[in-house]
Design a protein around this ligand. Structure first.
Ligand code: DHB
Length: 313
């Protein structure tokens, strides 16, 4: 008798990830201390908070709230400024996992400057956030295909490190297709689907106010209630980009079963935000263990045996 070792290792743009589950750029990944916690956890990579050129305090509180089936946030990009995040990878190397930068420019020049700086740093991958919904008066770049193309032109050939795009949810296949066509024209190695569902409103009937203060209550929705939207976006991009561009799935992952669903849809790895925020860094090990148990129960030996193999009724 011999044992078959079940593998949940994955590879994104040639970079090896020890497991299929990592943190998302979002909660608790802004400071070196927070990133060290992620380094010491079961997350298979260290994803850093989206950086801007200048440090930002972010929006006024309350700017995050837990909901029955998810979370709402309007953080406003609190971060230390990109120059800090360029220095962190050297201090995080002892964890021996991929380190991913996330950049969120306020204009094309910002994106160019930050991507160039991270190209010249020790990070392994660069995620370009085209979908922050929480900046007053600033539309999400990825909903404007002309602006998205300007950014892609400016950033896609600045170095050898693989870059990817963090995308918002699309609700019409015409838009998904337009973005996929754009991506194929440039040097993009991965997409991350999806960012928060932008500009939702939750109202407290007692106080007669929104539950979030910034932007008169309009904020980003995350957690389990957005999982069907995330799965649909992963699946559609998988169909459109198959083989050419890899996919991080994100949106509502709480359990190993959720991870397995994203794998069936076609994700190459998954990122966790709300569950990490609510449960802490032990969530990665728990989710990984649950995922491995499902794989074993179904007699699958590697993620490649399942990836994208959604069956139809
Ligand atoms: C923030 C929210 C996002 O959804 C995002 O992509 C980047 C930043 C924020 O408000 O901090």
């Amino acid at each position: 008798m011999y044992f078959i070792i079940m593998e949940t290792k994955t590879k994104i743009a040639g970079v090896e990830f020890g497991s299929y589950v990592l943190n998302a750029s979002g909660p608790d990944c802004s400071t070196l201390e927070e990133l060290k916690v992620i380094g010491g956890s079961g997350s298979s990579a260290i994803m850093m908070k989206s950086s801007t050129i200048e440090p930002r305090q972010g929006n006024e509180e309350p700017r995050y709230a837990k909901l029955l089936s998810g979370s709402i946030q309007c953080m406003g990009l609190p971060n230390l400024g990109y120059q800090e995040y360029i220095k962190f990878p050297i201090q995080l190397q002892k964890y021996n996992k991929p380190i991913i930068a996330s950049v969120a420019g306020l204009c094309v020049e910002d994106y160019k400057k930050m991507v160039k700086a991270f190209q010249d740093s020790e990070v392994d991958l660069i995620e370009v956030n085209l979908s922050c919904p929480n900046l007053e008066g600033k539309p999400q770049a990825a909903y404007d295909f002309k602006q998205s193309e300007e950014i892609l032109k400016a950033i896609s050939d600045l170095g050898n490190k693989p870059i990817g795009l963090k995308l918002p949810p699309y609700y019409d296949f015409a838009h998904t297709k337009q973005m996929a066509e754009l991506i194929k024209k440039y040097n993009v190695s991965f997409v991350t689907c999806i960012n928060s569902v932008g500009n939702v409103l939750v109202i407290d009937p007692e106080t007669e106010t929104p539950i979030i203060k910034p932007k008169k209550g309009f904020a980003g929705l995350g957690g389990s209630c957005i999982k069907p939207i995330a799965l649909a976006n992963v699946r559609k991009f998988y169909e459109l980009l198959k083989g050419e561009v890899q996919i991080f799935g994100v949106g509502g992952i709480e359990s190993g079963a959720d991870v397995f669903e994203f794998l069936l849809a076609g994700a190459d790895a998954v990122q966790v935000a709300t569950t990490f925020k609510e449960e802490g860094a032990t969530c990665f090990e728990r989710i990984n263990k649950e995922f491995e148990e499902i794989m074993k129960r179904k007699n699958y030996n590697s993620i490649d045996e399942v990836k994208g193999n959604l069956k139809f009724l």
